[in-house]
Design a protein around this ligand. Sequence first.
Ligand code: PEP
Length: 250
Amino acid sequence: MSRQFFVGGNFKMNPCSQAEKIALVKILNEADLDPSTEVILAPPSLYLIPLLETVKKGIKVSAQNCFNKNSGAYTGEISPTQLANAGIPFVILGHSERRTLFHETSELVAEKTRAALDASLSVILCVGETLQERESGQTTAVVESQLKAVVDLLKENDWSKVVIAYEPVWAIGTGKVATPAQAQETQAEIRSYLSKAVSPSVAANTRIIYGGSVNAKNCRELATLPDVDGFLVGGASLKPEFVDIVNSRR
Ligand code: PEP
């Protein structure tokens, strides 16, 4: 089964100005992007609709988060239905910055995933271990427990709208990328967990992408790995080298 290569750009809380945003969109709109790669850009909420209106056809837009309820007294939150009604097809959930800085539990991430799928959004579901967890041999257990919370709330056919982003916390924004062996080993374990916990067909069809200090230099080797179906890119998604990452399988 061939899984379409997927590259997401997570702008986080950047850029700060409209001028920077326009420069970034201009670079992407003018770039020769591999048409066989699915490209998703996740700007801050304020820029979702302007980006949707200016980015070239073929590039999709994603929110960086949403709530687990559709409406009500939840000041500051954005609901999955609001995103879907605004024409936003994707949402990133469970990013390590949400889990760590905003204390999101795996159960909350699972509820958000359920709510997003119910609103017909596709989900980029982030999982990953801390350095301490890796060094104490807990990587598999941590990642599986983050996934289990979601597995428990999803039906088999929901998985066609989920992309799993394996993002070791120690690699995010640190310049310390996982080695190809580390990325391949953990992503193969995730696929094998999906096979046991959901089904062999979901395991074979679900895209598992890698995130954590991916750049133009390290993307090509990672892109050759059998269980790396693309990337979630933070820092480098704000730079022209994002184009090289999108084209890393070319
Ligand atoms: C991310 O924010 O998902 C990420 C992977 O960041 P960076 O590429 O900067 O490590």
